[in-house]
Ligand binder design. Structure first.
Ligand code: GLN
Ligand code: ZN
Length: 768
């Protein structure tokens, strides 16, 4: 029997981001809902067809989404909070968009549900809210409709759903706290999934996939019982017409593998990219039950590099010793990789042959499955295998000795800023002369169509660099004047020269490559196009200094310099796989350190080094936190700023992540000030700051910038008082929760005015 192949999920945004374009058009009123639906139908058909042509045996459906698959699951299970239902939208799509983005208009005024990063990816899911009024039950039809849609095209798919355990573990109550699992809630969720199963039996689906990535996390007391109790209700609802695949990814499930095995799933999906050692050991130790198919995730769902076939075959050979029942699979959904390398020829064949995006990964699944069955002799004579091996022969790229030398020469002093922070903070209060509750923004201002158009003209050679630079300077002039007018304390230059906070630095450093169209979804319809770390990184020239110095020359206020930190640059790029992340981050840290020192020399007194993505790659299991990540990531940040004068104020910024549990590590970055997202979701971070005696001054975002709604002055004032309840007034900064780049000017300026007025009002009342 040939070895079969399976895909966990496929990117849905479209090769040319068709879905993004049509949905954003709908929001703007330039496309209709029917157009949105038609585009979606077309994309699904195309993606299924591609997979069918590539010979994939288990093709997913319901991996499509207009906005987010957690939100879809909440809609499917009737878990949409009452305030969104009360808007009485005319159709489900509008309700869905209101939950995802907030809504302000004739039907009401609601903020969006919070967003969080999906495990260790840069994808953000909507956090479902479940409270006492939620009546869980199967209400939607999306998975069934999509299954039938594919069936009508002659393709029998494997419907994919977020499993009940992961759904419940990620959901929150209305106070953004973890759920209490009462019997009623657990039963109703399990019943709803049993109904889903029943519907798919009627529709003739041979397999259904439940994604349970939450299983790869450490377990709290009660977790295993919760998992077992959910599936003890769901599994008996199965009959011999349908098989259930329990799919896990982003790590290993060694601690519950045997429990999972004993439950008797028809298929178990394990990640053999990120949890290889532990998963292999668990399978070897406990075996695979008769009648269970092992879906071996050997093709990485979140890198862009070619699979090393020898490694994958080694894993499959090891599994073969335990079971004959193996399907070759992606390690996770391909949602997190770009669509295809088609159109990237400008990179050259020598480079391109190292890359596999979603479409190319389909080919890899096919190659690996055919090789899995072959004996050693057949493998020795296999051309695709030989070609694949030549990619890993160690000659891909030459090393830069100067970079290696600088890293070797680092000593402990390079990672320690002096004097101690408390002393610096005092010196900075005098030197900078800022009022209490200083107001600022996170860096970027709206990138208008005009800014993007000018950048496109420069790229196409329609305007000269000098003309473009003059345009950027005029944008800076305007934004500086406007910030002065509304009374902000620490100004920014607006980041108009940057297309993206990571790509921009990549473009100005040695070592990076860029694609034309390698977009991946970040949240909702938003996509990012990470640069690729190809070789050793170094800085050859100052990058931001001229812009910051120009902006500072236009005002007597403090101008904040704006850099992206090394950990974030790495986390939002496609890292190399031939050297460690630690080494790549140190290379980046040295490059950004040079920039920090040059900014200081140019007279910039406040420098923000964004580490928006610091938390993102924190290992999912606590035991790995320090050893595999924080022990090099935090020092890398310190290396960037340890060389500045005591009175130069170093800020950092983080967003969309929970950092309560690493609050001490964040303090150990030794920044003087941090701003972070806090308005869309929990204020519990304030308790963490309080309890940890957090030393860094902090600006917990006072309003949500990922929504177009304008917060009132009163609302923000309330927010500030909440913050002051938990924090020492000397340490509080007032700012929005993230950069304003994706917003329009229409909502940005009134929001900021309200923010400044709110800060002034609170200041005045404090003085009384
Ligand atoms: N300085 C960046 C900006 O304002 C920070 C963005 C971010 O945190 N994602 O755009
Ligand atoms: Zn941010």
């Amino acid at each position: 029997m040939p070895v079969l192949t399976s895909v966990s999920g496929f990117p849905r945004i479209g090769q040319n981001r068709e879905l993004k374009k049509v949905i954003e058009g709908y929001w703007k009123g330039t496309s209709t809902l029917d157009e949105v639906r038609a585009t979606a139908t077309g994309l699904r058909a195309r993606h299924w067809e591609l997979q069918r042509k590539a010979g994939i045996d288990f093709i997913p459906s319901n991996d499509f989404s207009y906005y987010d698959q957690m939100l879809d699951t909440a809609m499917l299970l009737n878990a949409v909070p009452e305030r969104y239902r009360r808007l009485a939208m005319d159709n489900d799509e509008d309700t869905l968009f209101a939950v995802g983005r907030g809504y302000q208009g004739s039907r009401g005024d609601v903020t969006a549900l919070p967003m969080k990063k999906w495990f260790t990816t840069n994808y953000h899911y909507i956090v479902p809210e479940i409270d006492d009024y939620t009546q869980i039950g199967l209400t939607g039809t999306k998975p069934f409709d999509e299954f039938c849609e594919a069936r009508d095209l002659g393709i029998i798919t494997k419907p994919v759903l977020i499993g009940p355990y992961t759904f419940l573990k990620l959901a929150r109550n209305s106070k953004a706290e973890e759920l209490e699992f009462d019997r009623g809630l657990v039963d109703s969720i399990a019943q709803a999934y049993a109904h889903i199963l029943g519907r798919f039996i009627e529709l003739g689906a041979p397999w259904i996939q439940f994604d349970e990535p939450y299983l790869v996390l450490d377990k709290n007391p009660g977790d295993v019982e919760l998992f077992t109790s959910l599936y003890s209700t769901i599994l008996p609802a199965r009959d011999n017409r349908i098989k259930i695949l329990l799919n896990t990814y982003f790590g290993h499930i060694a601690d519950v593998y045997d429990t999972v095995r004993l439950l008797g799933f028809d298929g178990v999906g394990l990640d053999f990219v990120e949890g290889t050692k532990e998963n292999l050991a668990a399978v070897a130790r406990h075996g695979v039950s008769q009648g269970t198919t092992l879906f071996a995730g050997v093709v990485n769902g979140r890198n862009i590099w070619r699979n090393d076939y020898a490694v994958s075959l080694g894993i499959l050979d090891a599994l073969k010793k335990v079971t004959d029942n193996v399907v070759v699979s992606t390690a996770s959904s391909l949602l997190h990789v770009p669509f295809s390398t088609e159109g990237e020829q400008a990179l050259g064949d020598e480079v391109l042959r190292h890359f596999a995006f979603a479409v190319e990964k389909l080919g890899e699944l096919h190659d690996i499955a055919s090789l899995a069955d072959a004996d050693d002799d057949a493998r020795r004579h296999c051309e695709p295998l030989a070609r694949n091996q030549s990619l890993f022969d160690g000659t891909r790229v030459a090393r830069d000795p100067a970079v290696a030398h600088r890293i070797d020469a680092l000593t402990a002093d390079d990672f320690t800023r002096k004097p101690a922070r408390a002393e610096r903070q005092k010196a900075q209060k005098t030197a900078l002369g800022l009022p209490a509750l200083p107001t600022t923004t996170i860096g970027s201002f709206p990138q208008t169509a005009q800014v993007r158009a000018e950048r496109a003209r420069l790229r196409k050679g329609e305007i000269a660099q000098a003309e473009y630079d003059a345009f950027i300077r005029s944008q800076i002039d305007e934004v500086v004047a406007h910030q002065e007018r509304i009374g902000l304390d620490v100004l920014v230059h607006g980041e108009f020269e940057r297309n993206d906070m990571v790509e921009y630095f990549g473009q100005n450093l040695n070592g990076f490559l860029f694609t034309k169209n390698a977009w991946v979804q970040s949240y909702g319809t938003r996509c990012v196009k990470p640069p690729i770390v190809w070789s050793d990184v170094s800085r050859t020239h100052p990058i931001t200094v001229a812009w910051s110095a120009y902006a500072q020359s236009r005002t007597t206020h403090l101008m904040k310099g704006m850099l992206t930190g090394p950990v974030t640059i790495l986390n939002w790029s496609w890292p190399r796989e031939d050297i460690t992340h630690k080494e790549q981050t140190q290379q980046l840290a040295l490059a950004i350190r040079d920039e920090v020192l040059d900014l200081e020399k140019a007279g910039i007194k406040v420098i923000q080094i964004d580490e928006a993505a610091l938390r993102e790659k924190l290992p999912l299991r606590r035991t790995d936190w320090h050893t595999r990540y924080l022990d090099w990531a935090i020092p890398a940040f310190r290396l960037v700023h340890s060389g500045v004068r005591p009175t130069t104020q170093i800020h950092t910024h983080m967003c969309y992540s929970e950092f309560n549990d690493i609050i001490r590590d964040i303090d150990a970055m030794d920044a003087d000030v941090i701003s972070f997202e806090a308005s869309r979701g929990d204020l519990v971070v304030l308790d963490a700051i309080h309890d940890a005696n957090f030393e860094t001054e902090a600006g917990p975002g006072v309003y949500d910038i990922h929504s177009p709604r304008i917060p009132s002055e009163k609302e923000i004032e309330g927010r500030i008082y909440e913050i002051l309840d938990r924090m020492d007034v000397d340490k509080v900064w007032i700012n929005p929760d993230c950069g304003l780049k994706t917003r329009g000017n229409a909502e940005t300026w009134p929001s900021l005015e309200h923010m400044v007025q709110a800060a002034a009002a609170v200041r005045a009342s404090l003085e009384k």
